[in-house]
Design a binder for this molecule. Structure first.
Ligand code: FEO
Length: 164
């Protein structure tokens, strides 16, 4: 069993909250697009919310396996700031960049602790963030290219809705 330092344990417990808050935020964005009749966009964010819960569970499992107490913290309700259709996609880009910075802080701590097992565990999240940031940029770029034409927006909505 690896020894996880108190500092890293606190950061990992904080990250559980950050992942669940991400799920909550993406669920709100999914609801926004559903209300705007873009069911494909809505489905994309439904899936994103599910993935964030899986990320939280991954950390919970890691802490359990390493004998660290899981401490669940308050989850803040997202404040709805979305007005235009583009806003949800911009928010996703910004939010994923924020999460990446949190993951890097975790990795910095694991490196400082010479905790090689946690570094290996966190590498999955570093890679996942690369992927998620990439997707968020791609969606925004597509919207900016095609989103103004309503008939194309409809096709884009279908494409987004095909996410597995
Ligand atoms: Fe779990 Fe999108 O960060």
């Amino acid at each position: 069993m690896a020894t996880i330092t108190k500092k890293l344990a606190t950061l990992l417990n904080d990250q559980i909250r950050a992942e669940i808050e991400s799920a909550y935020l993406y669920q709100d964005i999914a609801n926004f697009y559903f209300e705007e009749k873009l069911v494909g966009f809505s489905k994309w964010f439904d899936k994103q919310a599910e993935e964030e819960l899986e990320h939280a569970k991954k950390i919970i499992d890691y802490l359990r396996e390493n004998g660290v107490k899981v401490v669940l913290k308050d989850i803040a309700a997202p404040k709805r700031t979305l007005k235009e259709l583009r806003d949800g996609l911009v928010l996703q880009v910004k939010h994923e960049e924020l999460v990446t910075s949190l993951i890097y802080k975790l990795m910095d701590q694991a490196i400082a602790d010479k905790d090689y097992r946690s570094q290996s565990f966190l590498k999955w999240f570093v890679d996942e963030q690369t992927e998620e940031e990439g997707h968020s940029h791609e969606l925004l770029e597509k919207f900016d290219l095609y989103g103004k034409d309503l008939s194309v927006l409809y096709k884009l909505d279908r494409e987004f809705g095909e996410r597995k």
